[in-house]
Design a protein around this ligand. Structure first.
Ligand code: HEC
Length: 101
């Protein structure tokens, strides 16, 4: 709610109060699975929220959250691979998986 709803909206449908002013529209986060052939794109969602080290912060509209959460890592199985993941991000990932329509 604190970090994501301004753009993605309270109901995560991509209609937050900041959405209209952005160059790229924030996507509906309840259709990630639907848009990925029916399976939840864990690695994509995780890397998207964490931030892509290959890309600078400025090359995309959405901010990166990895740095702010990198203190407390837990092992999470991401598409079959145990991946050290910030604890808050792991919770967020399972939340997103649960709200898929
Ligand atoms: C400043 C507005 C903004 C904020 C805040 C924001 N996002 Fe985004 N998000 C976007 C935009 C715009 C995109 C589309 C791609 C891009 O970055 O240009 C996006 C893309 C995504 C994607 C990829 C979706 C897809 O369809 O591939 C995910 C997952 C995501 N956001 C989750 C989150 C989460 C979780 C948070 C909070 C921790 C968050 N976002 C905060 C604007 C935002």
């Amino acid at each position: 709610m604190a970090n994501c709803s301004s753009c993605h909206g309270v109901e995560t449908r991509g209609n937050g109060p900041e959405a209209a002013g952005l160059l790229v529209a924030p996507p509906d986060l309840t259709t990630l699975s639907k848009r990925n052939g029916g399976s939840f794109p864990q690695a994509l969602a995780l890397s998207y929220i964490y931030g892509d080290p290959q890309n600078s912060h400025l090359s995309r509209v959405m901010p990166e959250f990895g740095g702010a959460m990198a203190e407390d890592l837990v092992p999470v199985e991401i598409e079959g691979v145990l991946t050290p993941t910030p604890r808050e991000l792991a919770g967020l990932l399972f939340y997103l998986e649960n709200i898929q329509r």
